[in-house]
Ligand binder design. Structure first.
Ligand code: ADP
Ligand code: MG
Length: 363
Protein backbone atom coordinates (compact mmCIF):
# COMPACT_ATOMS: atom_id res chain seq x y z
CA UNK A 1 0.00 0.00 0.00
CA UNK A 2 1.43 3.36 -1.02
CA UNK A 3 0.94 5.75 1.84
CA UNK A 4 1.15 9.49 1.94
CA UNK A 5 4.03 10.80 4.04
CA UNK A 6 2.92 12.29 7.36
CA UNK A 7 6.32 13.07 8.83
CA UNK A 8 9.38 13.79 6.71
CA UNK A 9 12.74 14.34 8.41
CA UNK A 10 15.69 15.47 6.25
CA UNK A 11 19.35 15.47 7.26
CA UNK A 12 18.45 16.44 10.81
CA UNK A 13 21.30 17.27 13.19
CA UNK A 14 21.48 18.25 16.83
CA UNK A 15 24.38 19.12 19.12
CA UNK A 16 24.35 19.82 22.83
CA UNK A 17 27.45 22.02 23.08
CA UNK A 18 30.31 19.97 21.64
CA UNK A 19 28.33 16.73 21.84
CA UNK A 20 26.80 15.60 18.53
CA UNK A 21 23.66 13.67 19.45
CA UNK A 22 21.73 13.43 16.17
CA UNK A 23 24.08 13.08 13.20
CA UNK A 24 22.05 13.40 10.02
CA UNK A 25 18.72 11.57 10.12
CA UNK A 26 16.43 11.01 7.12
CA UNK A 27 12.98 9.53 7.68
CA UNK A 28 9.68 9.25 5.82
CA UNK A 29 6.84 8.14 8.05
CA UNK A 30 3.55 7.32 6.36
CA UNK A 31 0.09 8.57 7.36
CA UNK A 32 -1.47 5.98 9.64
CA UNK A 33 1.78 4.15 10.18
CA UNK A 34 2.96 2.67 13.49
CA UNK A 35 6.64 3.58 13.36
CA UNK A 36 9.24 2.80 16.02
CA UNK A 37 12.63 4.31 16.79
CA UNK A 38 14.61 1.48 18.35
CA UNK A 39 18.10 1.74 19.79
CA UNK A 40 20.19 1.49 22.94
CA UNK A 41 19.99 4.09 25.68
CA UNK A 42 21.76 7.33 24.75
CA UNK A 43 21.62 6.89 20.95
CA UNK A 44 19.48 10.02 20.48
CA UNK A 45 15.93 8.65 20.21
CA UNK A 46 14.35 11.04 22.70
CA UNK A 47 16.17 14.02 21.22
CA UNK A 48 14.86 13.13 17.75
CA UNK A 49 11.31 12.72 19.06
CA UNK A 50 11.51 16.03 20.95
CA UNK A 51 12.60 17.81 17.77
CA UNK A 52 9.56 16.38 15.94
CA UNK A 53 7.38 17.57 18.84
CA UNK A 54 8.97 21.04 18.79
CA UNK A 55 10.46 20.83 22.30
CA UNK A 56 14.00 20.98 20.90
CA UNK A 57 15.39 22.97 17.96
CA UNK A 58 17.61 21.25 15.40
CA UNK A 59 21.03 22.68 14.47
CA UNK A 60 20.32 21.88 10.83
CA UNK A 61 18.02 19.88 8.63
CA UNK A 62 14.24 20.02 8.36
CA UNK A 63 11.03 18.45 9.62
CA UNK A 64 7.76 18.48 7.68
CA UNK A 65 4.49 17.29 9.18
CA UNK A 66 1.48 16.71 6.95
CA UNK A 67 3.16 18.71 4.20
CA UNK A 68 3.96 21.76 6.36
CA UNK A 69 7.51 22.79 7.29
CA UNK A 70 7.83 22.95 11.09
CA UNK A 71 10.65 25.47 11.33
CA UNK A 72 9.57 28.22 13.73
CA UNK A 73 6.32 26.41 14.64
CA UNK A 74 5.85 26.13 18.41
CA UNK A 75 5.18 22.76 20.03
CA UNK A 76 1.59 23.70 20.88
CA UNK A 77 0.93 24.78 17.30
CA UNK A 78 2.06 21.40 15.87
CA UNK A 79 -0.42 18.63 15.04
CA UNK A 80 1.42 16.37 17.49
CA UNK A 81 0.98 15.20 21.06
CA UNK A 82 3.36 13.34 23.30
CA UNK A 83 3.05 10.57 25.89
CA UNK A 84 5.98 10.20 28.26
CA UNK A 85 7.49 7.32 30.21
CA UNK A 86 6.68 8.96 33.53
CA UNK A 87 2.93 9.29 33.85
CA UNK A 88 2.73 13.02 33.26
CA UNK A 89 -0.80 13.45 34.61
CA UNK A 90 -1.83 16.07 37.15
CA UNK A 91 -1.95 14.48 40.62
CA UNK A 92 -4.44 17.02 42.02
CA UNK A 93 -6.99 16.42 39.24
CA UNK A 94 -9.30 13.44 38.79
CA UNK A 95 -9.42 11.31 35.64
CA UNK A 96 -12.06 13.39 33.87
CA UNK A 97 -10.30 16.70 34.63
CA UNK A 98 -6.99 15.28 33.43
CA UNK A 99 -8.41 14.04 30.15
CA UNK A 100 -10.34 17.26 29.47
CA UNK A 101 -7.43 19.52 30.45
CA UNK A 102 -6.23 20.39 26.95
CA UNK A 103 -9.75 21.29 25.78
CA UNK A 104 -10.12 24.12 28.34
CA UNK A 105 -9.28 26.84 25.84
CA UNK A 106 -10.92 25.08 22.89
CA UNK A 107 -14.20 26.99 23.16
CA UNK A 108 -16.14 23.70 23.06
CA UNK A 109 -19.38 23.55 25.07
CA UNK A 110 -19.41 21.59 28.33
CA UNK A 111 -21.62 19.00 26.64
CA UNK A 112 -19.20 18.58 23.75
CA UNK A 113 -16.26 18.22 26.14
CA UNK A 114 -18.15 15.61 28.16
CA UNK A 115 -18.94 13.69 24.99
CA UNK A 116 -15.28 13.66 23.94
CA UNK A 117 -14.13 12.62 27.44
CA UNK A 118 -16.67 9.78 27.52
CA UNK A 119 -15.50 8.53 24.12
CA UNK A 120 -11.83 8.70 25.13
CA UNK A 121 -12.34 6.87 28.43
CA UNK A 122 -14.21 4.16 26.58
CA UNK A 123 -11.39 3.93 24.03
CA UNK A 124 -8.72 3.38 26.69
CA UNK A 125 -10.92 1.00 28.69
CA UNK A 126 -11.54 3.37 31.62
CA UNK A 127 -15.29 3.72 31.27
CA UNK A 128 -16.86 5.01 34.49
CA UNK A 129 -13.53 6.21 35.97
CA UNK A 130 -14.44 9.90 35.53
CA UNK A 131 -14.29 10.92 39.21
CA UNK A 132 -11.45 8.62 40.25
CA UNK A 133 -8.61 10.70 41.78
CA UNK A 134 -5.19 10.31 40.12
CA UNK A 135 -3.56 8.94 43.26
CA UNK A 136 -6.01 6.03 43.28
CA UNK A 137 -4.88 4.77 39.86
CA UNK A 138 -2.39 1.99 39.11
CA UNK A 139 0.60 2.62 36.83
CA UNK A 140 -1.20 1.09 33.86
CA UNK A 141 -4.33 3.17 34.49
CA UNK A 142 -2.30 6.37 34.79
CA UNK A 143 -0.73 5.62 31.44
CA UNK A 144 -4.20 5.10 29.92
CA UNK A 145 -5.25 8.49 31.27
CA UNK A 146 -2.12 10.04 29.74
CA UNK A 147 -3.03 8.40 26.42
CA UNK A 148 -6.63 9.62 26.57
CA UNK A 149 -5.42 13.12 27.43
CA UNK A 150 -3.13 13.18 24.41
CA UNK A 151 -5.64 11.61 22.01
CA UNK A 152 -8.55 13.90 22.95
CA UNK A 153 -6.64 16.71 21.22
CA UNK A 154 -6.99 14.72 17.98
CA UNK A 155 -3.34 14.95 16.95
CA UNK A 156 -2.27 13.81 13.50
CA UNK A 157 0.82 12.27 15.05
CA UNK A 158 1.10 10.73 18.51
CA UNK A 159 4.65 10.64 19.89
CA UNK A 160 5.32 8.02 22.56
CA UNK A 161 8.59 8.05 24.50
CA UNK A 162 9.06 4.63 26.17
CA UNK A 163 5.47 4.81 27.43
CA UNK A 164 5.39 1.26 28.79
CA UNK A 165 8.84 0.82 30.26
CA UNK A 166 7.76 1.60 33.84
CA UNK A 167 5.14 -1.18 33.80
CA UNK A 168 5.75 -4.75 34.91
CA UNK A 169 6.14 -7.44 32.23
CA UNK A 170 2.59 -8.85 32.09
CA UNK A 171 0.96 -5.43 32.07
CA UNK A 172 3.45 -4.16 29.51
CA UNK A 173 2.58 -7.02 27.15
CA UNK A 174 -1.13 -6.33 27.57
CA UNK A 175 -0.63 -2.60 26.93
CA UNK A 176 1.44 -3.36 23.82
CA UNK A 177 -1.54 -5.11 22.28
CA UNK A 178 -3.94 -2.40 23.41
CA UNK A 179 -1.78 0.39 21.98
CA UNK A 180 -1.59 -1.48 18.70
CA UNK A 181 -5.37 -1.95 18.63
CA UNK A 182 -5.90 1.71 19.50
CA UNK A 183 -3.60 2.83 16.70
CA UNK A 184 -5.39 0.60 14.17
CA UNK A 185 -8.80 1.83 15.32
CA UNK A 186 -7.89 5.51 15.15
CA UNK A 187 -5.62 5.36 12.10
CA UNK A 188 -3.40 8.07 13.63
CA UNK A 189 0.35 8.01 12.92
CA UNK A 190 2.18 6.72 16.00
CA UNK A 191 5.92 7.22 16.54
CA UNK A 192 7.15 5.06 19.38
CA UNK A 193 10.56 5.34 21.02
CA UNK A 194 11.76 2.15 22.67
CA UNK A 195 14.97 0.33 23.59
CA UNK A 196 13.03 -2.96 23.79
CA UNK A 197 13.54 -5.02 20.60
CA UNK A 198 10.62 -7.34 21.25
CA UNK A 199 8.28 -4.40 21.82
CA UNK A 200 9.33 -2.83 18.53
CA UNK A 201 8.90 -6.13 16.66
CA UNK A 202 5.44 -6.79 18.08
CA UNK A 203 3.99 -3.33 17.62
CA UNK A 204 5.44 -1.67 14.55
CA UNK A 205 4.65 -1.48 10.87
CA UNK A 206 8.23 -0.34 10.41
CA UNK A 207 11.24 0.15 12.65
CA UNK A 208 14.25 2.46 12.39
CA UNK A 209 17.22 0.98 14.24
CA UNK A 210 19.42 3.76 15.66
CA UNK A 211 22.97 3.68 16.96
CA UNK A 212 24.96 6.71 18.06
CA UNK A 213 22.82 9.39 16.41
CA UNK A 214 22.42 7.61 13.07
CA UNK A 215 19.95 5.20 11.52
CA UNK A 216 21.49 1.82 10.75
CA UNK A 217 18.44 0.24 9.08
CA UNK A 218 14.78 0.95 8.36
CA UNK A 219 12.41 -1.89 7.61
CA UNK A 220 9.45 -4.01 8.62
CA UNK A 221 9.95 -6.13 11.76
CA UNK A 222 10.49 -9.16 9.53
CA UNK A 223 13.11 -7.40 7.41
CA UNK A 224 14.96 -6.12 10.46
CA UNK A 225 15.02 -9.52 12.15
CA UNK A 226 15.48 -11.80 9.16
CA UNK A 227 17.54 -9.54 6.91
CA UNK A 228 19.69 -7.32 9.17
CA UNK A 229 22.17 -5.24 7.16
CA UNK A 230 25.13 -5.68 9.51
CA UNK A 231 26.37 -7.49 12.60
CA UNK A 232 25.52 -4.58 14.86
CA UNK A 233 21.82 -4.64 13.90
CA UNK A 234 21.78 -8.46 13.91
CA UNK A 235 23.04 -8.75 17.46
CA UNK A 236 20.99 -5.86 18.82
CA UNK A 237 17.76 -7.50 17.61
CA UNK A 238 17.90 -10.87 19.34
CA UNK A 239 20.86 -13.25 19.08
CA UNK A 240 22.75 -14.16 15.91
CA UNK A 241 25.53 -16.71 15.35
CA UNK A 242 28.38 -15.48 13.19
CA UNK A 243 30.63 -17.64 11.00
CA UNK A 244 33.52 -16.42 8.85
CA UNK A 245 33.36 -16.66 5.09
CA UNK A 246 34.73 -15.17 1.90
CA UNK A 247 32.45 -13.76 -0.76
CA UNK A 248 33.88 -15.01 -4.08
CA UNK A 249 31.35 -13.78 -6.59
CA UNK A 250 27.92 -12.18 -6.91
CA UNK A 251 25.61 -12.75 -9.84
CA UNK A 252 21.88 -12.64 -10.52
CA UNK A 253 21.82 -16.39 -9.93
CA UNK A 254 23.38 -16.16 -6.50
CA UNK A 255 26.30 -15.68 -4.17
CA UNK A 256 29.31 -17.94 -4.15
CA UNK A 257 30.93 -18.12 -0.75
CA UNK A 258 33.96 -20.01 0.48
CA UNK A 259 33.97 -21.18 4.04
CA UNK A 260 36.73 -22.94 5.93
CA UNK A 261 34.15 -25.21 7.48
CA UNK A 262 31.97 -26.06 4.46
CA UNK A 263 34.07 -25.41 1.40
CA UNK A 264 32.23 -23.70 -1.44
CA UNK A 265 28.55 -22.82 -0.89
CA UNK A 266 25.87 -20.96 -2.83
CA UNK A 267 23.23 -18.63 -1.40
CA UNK A 268 20.35 -16.74 -3.03
CA UNK A 269 20.92 -13.03 -3.84
CA UNK A 270 18.25 -11.95 -1.31
CA UNK A 271 20.29 -13.57 1.48
CA UNK A 272 22.65 -10.57 1.28
CA UNK A 273 20.51 -7.69 2.68
CA UNK A 274 23.08 -4.97 1.95
CA UNK A 275 25.29 -5.17 -1.15
CA UNK A 276 28.87 -6.21 -0.35
CA UNK A 277 32.11 -6.37 -2.30
CA UNK A 278 33.97 -9.64 -2.76
CA UNK A 279 36.17 -10.43 0.24
CA UNK A 280 35.77 -11.33 3.89
CA UNK A 281 32.14 -11.50 5.05
CA UNK A 282 30.17 -12.86 7.97
CA UNK A 283 27.55 -15.59 7.71
CA UNK A 284 24.71 -15.18 10.19
CA UNK A 285 22.33 -17.86 11.49
CA UNK A 286 19.70 -17.31 14.19
CA UNK A 287 19.78 -19.78 17.14
CA UNK A 288 16.23 -21.00 16.46
CA UNK A 289 17.28 -21.87 12.91
CA UNK A 290 19.86 -24.32 14.25
CA UNK A 291 18.98 -27.66 15.73
CA UNK A 292 20.70 -30.55 17.41
CA UNK A 293 20.41 -33.60 15.16
CA UNK A 294 19.53 -36.55 17.36
CA UNK A 295 18.89 -39.57 15.16
CA UNK A 296 21.65 -40.84 12.88
CA UNK A 297 19.22 -40.37 9.97
CA UNK A 298 18.60 -36.65 10.81
CA UNK A 299 20.17 -34.49 8.12
CA UNK A 300 20.68 -30.82 7.39
CA UNK A 301 22.31 -28.74 4.63
CA UNK A 302 25.19 -27.89 6.96
CA UNK A 303 26.43 -29.84 9.96
CA UNK A 304 29.02 -29.34 12.68
CA UNK A 305 30.20 -31.46 15.58
CA UNK A 306 30.29 -29.85 18.99
CA UNK A 307 29.94 -30.13 22.72
CA UNK A 308 27.31 -28.58 25.00
CA UNK A 309 28.95 -25.92 27.18
CA UNK A 310 25.86 -24.63 28.96
CA UNK A 311 22.09 -24.97 29.00
CA UNK A 312 19.62 -22.19 29.84
CA UNK A 313 16.15 -23.57 30.49
CA UNK A 314 13.25 -21.15 29.82
CA UNK A 315 10.36 -23.59 30.16
CA UNK A 316 8.96 -23.34 26.66
CA UNK A 317 12.45 -23.52 25.18
CA UNK A 318 16.06 -24.20 26.03
CA UNK A 319 19.11 -22.23 24.94
CA UNK A 320 22.26 -24.27 24.38
CA UNK A 321 25.77 -22.89 24.04
CA UNK A 322 27.77 -25.29 21.88
CA UNK A 323 31.56 -25.31 21.50
CA UNK A 324 32.40 -26.20 17.91
CA UNK A 325 34.81 -29.11 17.62
CA UNK A 326 38.28 -28.07 16.47
CA UNK A 327 37.63 -24.34 16.86
CA UNK A 328 37.28 -21.73 19.58
CA UNK A 329 33.88 -20.80 18.24
CA UNK A 330 30.73 -21.00 20.37
CA UNK A 331 27.29 -21.21 18.77
CA UNK A 332 23.89 -20.57 20.33
CA UNK A 333 21.09 -23.02 19.60
CA UNK A 334 17.52 -22.48 20.71
CA UNK A 335 15.12 -25.43 20.69
CA UNK A 336 11.47 -25.66 21.68
CA UNK A 337 10.81 -28.10 24.52
CA UNK A 338 8.21 -30.18 22.73
CA UNK A 339 6.97 -33.48 24.11
CA UNK A 340 9.47 -36.27 23.57
CA UNK A 341 12.36 -34.07 22.53
CA UNK A 342 15.71 -35.39 23.68
CA UNK A 343 17.18 -33.33 26.54
CA UNK A 344 20.89 -32.49 26.37
CA UNK A 345 23.19 -31.77 29.28
CA UNK A 346 26.46 -29.95 29.71
CA UNK A 347 29.31 -32.00 28.27
CA UNK A 348 27.18 -33.93 25.75
CA UNK A 349 28.68 -34.39 22.30
CA UNK A 350 26.18 -33.17 19.70
CA UNK A 351 25.73 -32.76 15.97
CA UNK A 352 24.40 -29.35 14.92
CA UNK A 353 22.51 -28.73 11.72
CA UNK A 354 20.91 -25.87 9.82
CA UNK A 355 19.57 -25.10 6.38
CA UNK A 356 21.02 -23.08 3.54
CA UNK A 357 17.99 -20.77 3.48
CA UNK A 358 18.47 -19.77 7.14
CA UNK A 359 21.76 -17.97 6.46
CA UNK A 360 22.38 -14.28 5.78
CA UNK A 361 25.55 -12.62 4.52
CA UNK A 362 26.63 -9.58 6.51
CA UNK A 363 29.36 -7.07 6.94
P1 ADP B 1 17.94 8.09 24.13
O1 ADP B 1 16.56 8.62 24.22
O2 ADP B 1 18.20 7.30 22.90
O3 ADP B 1 18.34 7.34 25.36
P2 ADP B 1 18.72 10.89 24.30
O4 ADP B 1 18.20 11.53 23.07
O5 ADP B 1 17.95 11.11 25.54
O6 ADP B 1 18.96 9.34 24.02
O7 ADP B 1 20.20 11.39 24.56
C1 ADP B 1 21.23 11.29 23.60
C2 ADP B 1 22.49 11.92 24.16
O8 ADP B 1 22.31 13.32 24.34
C3 ADP B 1 22.92 11.39 25.52
O9 ADP B 1 24.29 11.30 25.54
C4 ADP B 1 22.41 12.43 26.48
O10 ADP B 1 23.18 12.45 27.64
C5 ADP B 1 22.56 13.71 25.67
N1 ADP B 1 21.58 14.73 26.03
C6 ADP B 1 20.23 14.61 25.94
N2 ADP B 1 19.62 15.76 26.30
C7 ADP B 1 20.60 16.64 26.63
C8 ADP B 1 20.61 18.00 27.08
N3 ADP B 1 19.48 18.70 27.25
N4 ADP B 1 21.83 18.56 27.31
C9 ADP B 1 22.97 17.89 27.12
N5 ADP B 1 23.02 16.60 26.68
C10 ADP B 1 21.86 15.98 26.45
MG1 MG C 1 15.13 8.34 25.73
Amino acid sequence: MKQQDMVVVSDLRKNFGELQVVKGIDLNIGAGEFFSLLGPSGCGKTTLLRMIAGFETANSGSITIDGKPMEGVDANERPTNMVFQSYAIFPHLNVEQNVAYGLKKSGLSADAVRGRVDAMLKLVDLEGYHKRPSYALSGGQKQRVALARALIMQPKVLLLDEPLSALDKKLREQMQHELRRLQRTLGITFILVTHDQEEALIMSDRIAVMFDGRIAQIGTPREIYERPVNRHVASFIGVMNFLDGTLKSVSKKGLQIASKTFGSIYLAPEQMPAPLEAGAVTLGVRPEMMSVLYKASDQADYELQGKVVSVDYYGDMSFYTIAVQGSKEHLAVCMRNTVGRHVYDEGDAVRLGWSNASMVVLR
